[in-house]
Design a protein around this ligand. Structure first.
Ligand code: CMP
Length: 138
């Protein structure tokens, strides 16, 4: 099990002004920020980032949403980071997420669910490398 995961604060949460509170909660939850930047995904970037979902019915809508405004990309460190972070943010659908989780608190619906979280150690590395060069990781 790895100690790195990758997260993005999604456009809806950034627009709503939740960035600071979400980062504060991550840090309070024991996740250490190893890399972070605010940026915007082009349509092509979003298609590439979510390529594993390209055959899904929601793909085009997801790409449009994820490229609709600034996001905050963050690489986090904690023991068993991927699994711990997925528990911490809650279920993909905020309506099904446990009380107190990030998606329950800040998510609007299954697409605008406030944050992304890597689903495996391998993807955590791939996704971190998508946004950060070696000299941007600390
Ligand atoms: P995320 O963790 O960013 O990974 C893939 C995203 O696809 C997921 O969060 C959701 O925002 C989105 N997603 C997953 N299932 C659906 C769905 N049924 N309808 C719309 N979007 C979805």
């Amino acid at each position: 099990m790895g100690n790195i995961t990758f997260t993005m604060i999604k456009p809806n949460a950034v627009k709503s002004g939740y960035t600071g509170e979400i980062i504060q909660r991550m840090v309070a939850g024991g996740f250490k920020v190893r890399a972070m930047k605010m940026t915007e995904l082009s349509v092509k970037d979003a298609q590439r980032f979510y390529a594993v979902h390209s055959e899904r019915s929601f793909f085009n809508e997801l790409v449009e949403f994820m490229s609709s405004g600034p996001i905050v990309a963050i690489m986090l460190e904690k023991e068993n980071a991927v699994e711990n972070f997925r528990k911490f943010i809650g279920a993909t659908d905020p309506a099904k997420a446990d009380e107190g989780t990030i998606r329950k608190l800040f998510g609007e619906n299954v697409q605008s669910n406030a944050v992304h979280g890597s689903d495996s150690d391998e993807n955590a590395v791939i996704e971190s490398n998508f946004f950060f060069s070696e000299r941007e990781k600390f």
